[in-house]
Design a protein around this ligand. Structure first.
Ligand code: NAD
Length: 304
């Protein structure tokens, strides 16, 4: 049976480090870090994320400044708000919650954020610094995954790592961070041939695809470490019956509640083959906010 890599416990450790860092600033007479969160429109999932971010900020002593704009906001008005936040000396980090409503260009908004305040690590300058292996603000989900792996002493040097998914926010930066730690990295994606065979070569398999239960137990090399970034809601009982065959509790929740959260990896099957696995929920999910607040403190301290 594999070890469960508890993301919630690690997120709490990361947040405690941030809280202590904020205290150090206050003891030096500096102000608390300020994180501006821009939410455009009424997307319910985004509202939940923003609420969670504000609550996490309050816990560690970061000042969270929310800016809510209507869904029909013009790009020029969003640009103007970002410009104001860039110029505001009380704001150390700026986060534009994605997705933006239709009609707004998210790349343009993200590129407008000052790289020094880009706590999501999505600005091309920060992505370029990561590519060069230089310090900069790095995307929160992959950097927090790296922190989790380091905490658990997972050896990366010389291993075969496979990253499933090539998004700008998870797959690509995760691959670069693993490469930086001397893993031999393969990035696999929707056009990859023989996905199962490639995954089976991985000592470390990171799944960031957004397809519930795509990775079967037979795709996992015995003893591999599996990091499941995917967060999916399954409501279809036929699909659930297939991917939760080894997880009767999940199947039960699906049947009684009409839906259940799961990752890209069939957790029950993975637990029987791998040496360590992140669960969903409770794995990578809680780490992302911890990574964000770590970046907000670093931006305030001008550490990157
Ligand atoms: P994305 O949609 O931008 O990218 C998905 C990637 O998966 C693409 O590169 C695509 O090529 C690949 N892909 C899609 N279908 C595939 C298939 N059948 N086989 C192989 N590859 C396939 O997604 P993303 O933003 O990187 O997010 C991926 C997942 O991670 C989602 O479930 C998302 O909700 C989750 N996520 C979680 C966190 C977190 O905090 N835990 C953060 C970000 C994203």
């Amino acid at each position: 049976m594999a070890t469960i890599l508890d993301g919630k416990a690690h997120a709490d450790r990361m947040l405690e480090t941030v809280r202590q860092g904020v205290e150090v600033r206050l003891a030096k007479g500096l102000r608390a870090p300020g994180l501006a969160v821009v939410l455009v429109g009424e997307d319910p999932a985004s509202q939940v994320y923003v609420r969670n971010k504000s609550a996490a900020c309050a816990k560690v002593g970061i000042t969270s400044i929310e800016h809510r704009l209507p869904a029909d906001t013009a790009q020029a008005d969003l640009d103007a708000l970002i410009d104001r936040l860039n110029a505001d000396s009380g704001v150390d980090g700026i986060l534009v919650q994605l997705p933006l409503p239709q009609g707004l260009d998210s790349k343009r908004a993200l590129h407008r954020i000052s790289p020094a305040k880009d706590v999501d690590g999505f600005h091309p300058v920060n992505q370029g610094l990561l590519l060069e292996g230089l310090p900069g603000l790095r995307p929160c989900t992959p950097s927090a995954c790296m922190s989790l792996l380091a905490h658990h002493g997972v050896e990366l040097k010389g291993i075969r790592a496979v990253v499933l998914g090539r998004s700008e926010i998870v797959g690509k930066p995760m691959a670069l961070m693993l490469l930086e730690q001397h893993a031999t990295v393969t990035i696999a994606h929707s056009r990859t041939k023989d996905l199962a065979g490639i995954c089976r070569e991985a000592d470390l398999l990171v799944a960031a695809v957004g397809r519930p239960g795509l990775v079967e137990g037979s795709w996992i090399k015995p003893g591999a470490v599996v990091v499941d970034v995917g967060i999916n809601r399954v409501e279809d009982e036929i699909l659930g019956g297939r991917i939760f065959a080894q997880e009767p509790k999940k199947l039960d929740t699906l049947r009684t509640k009409g839906g259940v959260l799961c990752g890209d990896v069939r957790y029950g099957e993975a637990m029987a083959v791998a040496s360590a696995v992140t669960p969903v929920p409770g794995g990578v999910g809680p780490l992302t906010i911890a990574g964000l607040l770590t970046n907000a403190l670093a931006a305030a301290n001008r550490e990157v």
